[in-house]
Ligand binder design. Structure first.
Ligand SMILES: Nc1nc2c(c(=O)[nH]1)N[C@H]1C(S)=C(S)[C@@H](COP(=O)(O)OP(=O)(O)OC[C@H]3O[C@@H](n4cnc5c(=O)[nH]c(N)nc54)[C@H](O)[C@@H]3O)O[C@H]1N2
Ligand SMILES: Nc1nc2c(c(=O)[nH]1)N[C@H]1C(S)=C(S)[C@@H](COP(=O)(O)OP(=O)(O)OC[C@H]3O[C@@H](n4cnc5c(=O)[nH]c(N)nc54)[C@H](O)[C@@H]3O)O[C@H]1N2
Ligand SMILES: [Mo]
Length: 773
């Protein structure tokens, strides 16, 4: 039963708004997961994908980076993981005539939903500089064209090599090797727009930017603080871990601008108690904070802890930990004790009793985990906020002890692994030294371009080739209209991809689409079937190997494309591209030589199917900072206030989307169905703006010296967001985010902190894309 793709794009004509849910995941979630799967795949394909997802020998779920429990349940997947898998393994493919029927100009008017529904791309496609259409091209011709363009550049820095966290370790390692052997560190990735602040905030504190917890720590925590994260939609299997915390007597606190359903109650679809009854209460306290108030909140808790220590100098702080492992405590103490309490209340929008209650919970807990995601990382002061989370944890020795730790929850399934593999525009010298020694070349040392800087360089006409390994940079980056107009200056854009997205419609002068096999499909090479590997958010590396036949003959793997290109461009260097393509074990051998922690890589992957990477702070309380000690660091919070009549806007994900991919048009837990062009506003803000629930509005953002950015025709939805804080969906919201609005110290767009003005609008959005000028 194969569904045919729609010819018309969607509209919001049948949008329905109901009350938000107060619980997440239950029987309905399983139904939602299975119905589309059965509808689009044949029964055998469905059974195969659902039983092999996230199993030791199956494929790694491409949806998110959440960790697997040690013993997989019979069905270790969630509704959203299943949607992602069905979306990829659909048997719908794009017929050749599609490309002559639809020009790029037309495709550029379509929504991501419509583009993705057209099905899998199954032949390499080429658009020449004088055409508005793609046409089929052979693999050899396509790769020769890329090689010619790269070899013809005046300098390697005229090329940019973008990666999305969809790709697995082996292609990621080869991609950065290719870029550096070619001569550039221009390796921006989705992480620049995502958790960059996490690495930048954690590394000065503990020497490393990765989670200090094991999966099992959730079961042993006294307190878990879930900050700026919507687990029910974006990491649904994390609710199982939070359930373990609660069942074992621990407490949970949600800190968020929105009362997300999954922070309130959980009905586990894989346990009988989840199917009947009200499910499990999760948050013992919900802290309804203002956008950008988290640094003030963390400092206020720290101040309360330090004041308690003055009363009882022996029992509050973990002096053993601080004395043995930390530096700079006294300066930090002095700084925090000077915190202005009134400023805290204004910046957080909380009252003193709420902060006191949370501080008491922290004081009384012997083992605290703080988790966070984009509600913490996409703000101007994101880096400092994360550093303050580290300070707070260190006060009570919550690093490297059971049930405790810092737990950034990463996004893409392998975004953390890609970074480990060297996807970063500023990899440190020890990595570059080892890479150069392994392959006999001198890697470039000057830092390359991150995503914001790469897009700015594109705007200035400095980039000739943009090569994207997965992803949808044009839709994901801030300032959509600048991205759309700037990209036309690039000579060639190349996209290695499974399905069609906006970056394939809004392109450089010439454009190539190189279609690949997906994670659910097997990868057959000269020495037999290959596996690749991924690293999850708690540093566990596991294998991934698909079991479905590729959706069409003639697709290549990510690895094959890179090896064939490497051979063409860098054939005279000592890099064994052909051997790498034939046998991925040889790529893993190279990774083992270059990257610490991958000893006996092949043996452990083939024998045990996975292993934990070393993490000195977590494993032995050793800190790879310059002095060998953990550092208390000092940060100054900023209370960004909106001018009168303005609101602070965040852009976030609906339940039926994966970043720029739309699986459907519902945001079930928030009560939205059949549409996307809504702006969530607090009822009092609606009244103060003289608007009404359901009104049509235009939304503007302002930036000094630049014309207003606009998003027109949105529908107002009265919602229990924090007063003064608005929300609408990404990626459409990128139209409002000025390119220059970035986080201090890591250049991440402030996707959750944009000041906007909202005015009555005339026309509701009529097609799949809103008007943005
Ligand atoms: N199904 C699905 N899964 C996904 C993704 C997907 O799109 N779909 N994306 C993947 C990726 S790449 C990532 S990075 C993650 C993203 O995972 P999340 O970070 O959960 O993603 P968002 O939807 O952006 O939600 C951000 C949350 O932060 C809150 N928030 C916003 N501003 C603030 C603030 O100032 N303070 C506090 N305390 N809270 C705030 C918002 O209300 C919202 O609940 O999910 C990954 N998993
Ligand atoms: N305003 C705003 N902007 C944001 C965010 C936000 O919250 N607000 N979030 C940011 C975040 S956290 C992230 S991570 C970025 C996401 O940025 P990206 O990672 O660039 O975007 P995705 O939508 O995840 O990319 C999906 C595309 O990957 C390709 N793909 C999927 N599977 C495969 C595969 O197996 N192999 C290959 N080769 N290609 C594949 C397909 O072309 C698919 O369309 O967006 C960022 N932008
Ligand atoms: Mo992300």
């Amino acid at each position: 039963m194969t569904r045919r793709p729609p010819t018309d794009d969607f509209t919001d004509a049948h949008l329905k708004v109901g009350p938000p849910h107060t619980w997440a995941v239950g029987l309905q979630a399983i139904e939602h997961a299975m119905v589309p799967a059965m509808g689009e795949l044949d029964a055998e394909r469905t059974a195969k994908v659902s039983f092999s997802i996230n199993h030791k020998k199956g494929f790694d779920c491409p949806s998110c980076a959440w960790a697997n429990p040690d013993k997989s349940k019979p069905l270790e997947f969630c509704e959203n993981g299943m949607k992602s898998v069905v979306w990829e393994s659909t048997p719908v493919t794009i017929p050749t005539e599609f490309w002559s029927q639809h020009s790029l100009s037309e495709l550029a008017t379509k929504s991501e939903y419509w583009l993705g529904l057209q099905g899998r791309i199954v032949e390499p496609m080429y658009k020449s500089a004088d055409s508005d259409h793609y046409r089929p091209i052979g693999w050899d011709e396509a790769l020769d064209l890329v090689a010619d363009k790269l070899r013809g550049l005046a300098t390697p820095d005229e090329a940019v090599f973008y990666t999305s966290g969809r790709i697995t370790n082996e292609p990621a390692f080869l991609f950065q090797l290719f870029a550096r052997a070619f001569g550039t560190n221009n390796l921006p990735d989705c992480s620049n727009m995502c958790h960059e602040a996490t690495g930048a905030g954690m590394t000065p504190a503990i020497g490393l930017g990765k989670s200090t917890v094991h999966y099992d720590d959730f079961a042993h925590a006294d307190l878990v603080m879930v900050m700026g994260q919507n687990p029910g939609t974006n990491h649904p299997r994390m609710l199982n871990a939070l359930q373990d915390t609660k069942v074992n007597g621990g407490q949970m606190v949600g800190v968020n601008v929105l009362p997300e359903a999954s922070l309130m109650r959980y009905k586990n679809p894989q346990k009988p108690i989840g199917i009947i009854g009200d499910g499990l209460k999760l948050s013992d306290q919900f802290v309804h904070i203002k956008i950008g108030g988290d640094m003030h909140l963390i400092q206020a808790i720290a101040k309360r802890v330090l004041l308690a220590e003055e009363v009882d100098p022996t029992n509050v702080l973990d002096w053993d930990f601080i004395n043995a492992h930390c530096e700079n405590f006294e300066a930090y103490r002095e700084h925090i004790l000077a915190l202005d309490d009134d400023e805290v209340l204004a910046a957080t929008g909380l009252d003193a009793a709420e902060i006191e209650e949370l501080a008491e919970r922290y004081l009384n807990s012997d083992a605290t985990i703080i988790t966070w995601a984009l509600g913490i990382t996409q703000h101007r002061k994101a880096v400092g906020t994360i550093a303050e989370i580290m300070n707070l944890l260190m006060l009570k020795g919550n690093i490297g002890k059971p049930g405790a730790g810092a737990s950034p929850i990463r996004g893409h399934s392998n975004v953390q692994g890609d970074r480990t593999m060297g996807i970063w525009e500023q990899m440190p010298d020890p990595f570059l030294d080892a890479l150069g020694a392994e392959f006999g070349f001198e890697p470039p040392r000057a830092h390359g371009l991150d995503t914001v800087n790469a897009m700015n360089a594109i705007d200035r006409g400095e980039i000739r080739v943009l090569f994207s390994m997965a992803g949808n940079l044009i839709a994901a980056i801030s300032d959509s209209n600048r991205a759309d107009s700037g990209i036309g200056s690039v000579d060639l854009t190349v996209s290695v991809t499974t399905k069609l997205n906006r970056s394939h419609a809004v392109t450089g002068k010439e454009s190539l689409l190189l279609p690949v096999i997906g994670r659910t499909e097997y990868d057959e090479q000269a020495t037999g079937r290959q596996i690749t590997t991924v690293e999850d958010t708690v540093c566990f590396v596991n294998q991934s190997g698909g079991e479905l036949p590729p959706v069409a003959p003639g697709l290549l793997s990510d690895v094959s494309i890179l090896c064939r290109l490497g051979e063409r461009v860098l054939g005279d260097m000592q890099i064994p591209w052909r051997r790498f393509e034939a046998d991925y074990d040889t790529i893993r051998d190279a990774i083992e030589h270059v990257i610490p922690g991958f000893d006996d890589f092949n043996e452990r992957i083939h024998r045990d199917h996975g292993f934990m990477l070393p993490h000195p702070p977590r494993d032995s309380r050793t800190f790879p900072t310059p002095s060998g000690k953990a550092q208390f660091t000092i940060h100054h919070p900023e209370h960004v206030t909106c001018p009168p009549g303005r609101l602070m806007l965040q852009t976030l994900r609906a339940h039926d989307q994966h970043n720029t991919t739309m699986y459907g048009l519902d945001d079930r837990y928030r009560g939205i169905s059949n549409g996307r062009f809504v702006v969530f506003l607090h009822p009092e803000d609606i009244a103060e703006l003289g608007l009404e629930d359901g009104a049509t509005v235009d939304i503007f953002s302002e930036w000094p010296g630049e014309p207003d950015r606009a998003l027109r025709g949105y529908r107002v939805v009265s919602y229990p967001t924090k007063k003064g804080c608005a929300a609408l969906y990404f990626p459409e919201g990128n139209a409002l985010i000025p390119r220059a609005s970035v986080a201090d110290g890591c250049n991440t767009p402030t996707s959750k902190q944009v000041i906007v003005r909202i005015e009555p609008g005339e026309q509701p959005v009529a097609t799949g894309r809103p008007v943005t000028r």
